[in-house]
Design a protein around this ligand. Structure first.
Ligand SMILES: NC(=O)c1ccc[n+]([C@@H]2O[C@H](COP(=O)([O-])OP(=O)(O)OC[C@H]3O[C@@H](n4cnc5c(N)ncnc54)[C@H](OP(=O)(O)O)[C@@H]3O)[C@@H](O)[C@H]2O)c1
Length: 375
């Protein structure tokens, strides 16, 4: 894609799932030479090695990887993001894409410092030292909290619940607070907030790059149980589609949209029944029979977890099912009309590529797949 700019694109989170896919997409669009990758590590060489192995896993062409230079690493952690202040390369950063976060449903004592404070400091530093044209913040659609009725089609609203009790986990709360603080504490920031829904798999690589969240569908199926009704929908998008949408918002010269869901929306979100049917087809089996349990009865599944998922830590699995089940029961879909008006085509439905996800990690035990989300 032709681009009129040649200033640098600062990307955080490139060793992760979505950030890595964004880097690969930018390389695909021949923007790889413009990347400045903020990565943590003991030194630039180990950070560079970690990034390249993640980008290779996400399908980066070898030629693009060869062109990526160690000098494109900006060594910093979210804990000490202010350490980048003296770096002269900031003077060439026109676009920032902030993907890095402690993206976990389990509590972390430094969640606020990592997901909120570091983002605000990064924004302030870039405003001070860089000729910044656009700051793309990767939020999350679930920053909307859990107070809307189950099955709602959620529209984008800048007003997010700040009360922790309106969130299922501290992570989504931290993402809501971050958005609001970026607007409040950096009002002149050229901010674009993108809120992906749930990112699962890759349309060509399946779950080979990451089985994050995919294993939850597999576990429900193995256990023949769910906390969500099978007719309920879940809003899921593939990582490569999401990365292309992020790249469009970052690179397009004209961009008027300050806040967008990146989502399947009500139309392309799939029901659990449809997802199960596709998983069954991929395995050459019949669709599953599911018992629907309220969350407080999940402990009844412990013997079944031990029997059917013997490689998994039963208590950890139970905790995971409770956490992920909480989101599944909400059955939210995220309105994406604004996204489509911005010229971003809707994603393929999960049922179109979940068979590939299943094949790509068929021999990997669920416990190994869970490790993507319980690091
Ligand atoms: N995955 C989803 O379903 C989803 C949905 C909506 C929104 N999002 C958002 O998308 C973004 C990326 O999520 P993801 O799923 O790709 O997460 P991920 O795979 O866990 O990647 C997180 C990235 O953040 C970096 N990071 C974490 N802690 C750090 C620290 N203390 N210092 C420096 N870097 C740090 C990680 O670097 P290391 O490799 O060094 O740990 C990694 O590159 C997040 O902002 C998340 O909120 C994700």
């Amino acid at each position: 894609m032709a681009n009129e700019h040649d200033d640098l694109i600062l990307l955080t989170g490139a060793t992760g799932f979505l950030g890595g896919a964004v880097a690969v997409e930018l390389m695909r669009q021949r923007q790889g030479d413009r990347l400045l990758l903020m990565v943590r590590g003991a030194d630039a060489a180990s950070a560079y090695a970690r990034v390249t192995s993640q980008l290779r896993r996400l399908g980066a062409p070898e030629e693009s990887l060869r062109r990526l230079r160690p000098a494109q690493i900006l060594l910093a952690s979210l804990e000490r993001v202010e350490s980048i202040a003296g770096d002269t390369r900031l003077a060439r950063v026109g676009v920032a894409i902030h993907c890095a976060a402690h993206a976990s449903f389990t509590a972390h004592p430094a969640m606020g410092a990592l997901n909120v404070d570091a983002s605000v400091i990064l924004a302030h530093l870039l405003q001070r030292y860089a000729p910044l044209r656009r700051f793309v913040y990767i939020g999350t659609a679930m920053a909307c909290g859990n107070r809307q009725p189950a099955g709602s089609d959620i529209s984008e609203s800048a007003a997010l619940p700040l009360d922790e009790r309106a969130h299922l986990v501290p992570y989504t709360h931290s993402k809501a607070v971050c958005e609001l603080l970026l607007r409040k504490m950096a009002p002149a920031l050229p901010l674009v907030v993108l809120r992906p829904s749930i990112v699962v798999g890759h349309t060509r690589l399946g779950c080979a790059p990451s089985a994050s969240i995919y294993w939850v569908f597999r576990a429900w199926r193995a256990l023949g149980a769910s906390v969500a009704e099978l007719r309920q929908k879940i809003d899921v998008v593939p990582v490569d589609w999401c990365a292309a949408a992020v790249a469009a918002a970052a690179l397009r010269p004209e961009w008027k949209h300050e806040l967008l869901h990146l989502s399947a929306g009500a139309q392309r979100s799939c029901s659990f029944a449809d997802i199960d049917a596709e998983l069954a087809r991929a395995a050459g089996e019949s669709p599953g029979a599911y018992g629907i349990l309220p969350p407080e009865r999940l402990p009844e599944l412990l013997p079944r977890i031990r029997e059917r998922l013997p490689d998994c830590n039963p208590r950890l699995m139970l905790r995971a099912l409770r956490l992920y089940g909480g989101f599944a029961r909400l059955g939210y879909t995220f309105d994406n009309r604004a996204m489509q008006e911005a010229g971003i085509p809707p994603p393929p439905p999960l049922t179109r590529y979940i068979g590939l996800c299943a094949q790509s990690v068929a021999h990997q035990p669920v416990s190994q797949q869970m490790a993507w989300d319980f690091k």
